[in-house]
Design a protein around this ligand. Sequence first.
Ligand SMILES: [Zn+2]
Length: 224
Amino acid sequence: MSEATQKPVPVELTAEQKEIIALELEAKRLEVQLKRQQLQGLELEQKERTYHIQDLQARIAERELREKQLQEDRTSQGRTFAQDEAQDKLRWRMCTHKKGGVVTPRDLRVLHTGGNKEQYAVIKHQMINGDIWVLCLRCAKTWKPPVEKDFFFDKAGKNVAPQDGTFNRERFEQTQFEYLQAVNFNTNNSMSTSVQCRFTAIENGKAFDAADKYRELVSQSNLR
Ligand SMILES: [Zn+2]
């Protein structure tokens, strides 16, 4: 074996070569650093996207919850109105609207269902326009002149505004008939009155009786 192969002579690098190697190393380091930063950037973007999605999800969930709450409020409100109405109608049907009957501390029913005397347990009140309204003192049902615009119904039979349904003459006339009966209920209670006024409206220079307008305005009220 030659001396040269036995002991490798350390190669002396020139200054220039050393510099090149150093520069190459530096370049590689920078490259790695750049890659790392790119990666970090991507990770941050990814994180940002995740947070953004989470924010959106939270906002949507909150909104859905609000919508649901609103929907539930509406439903339960509707239910309460419907329940009250059904209860009223049942009470009105059960009541004889008459005086008499025996009330005992253990049975107060007659106060709500009416008695069996000839006389009716109603008060009649003359409204400001001359209309007579009748109120049952037992079940609180109020009879008043019906107004045509309250007798429009849609296909499902729901009471709607005139422009959304058709006029039910039969129901209107039935209500009018019941009203006239109530006005004629025999009672010794005296009628109460309001100050009497005639309602007049002027349209196209002509005056006309506006009692109907007044009726429409008070059609949703009762004497309770
Ligand atoms: Zn009654």
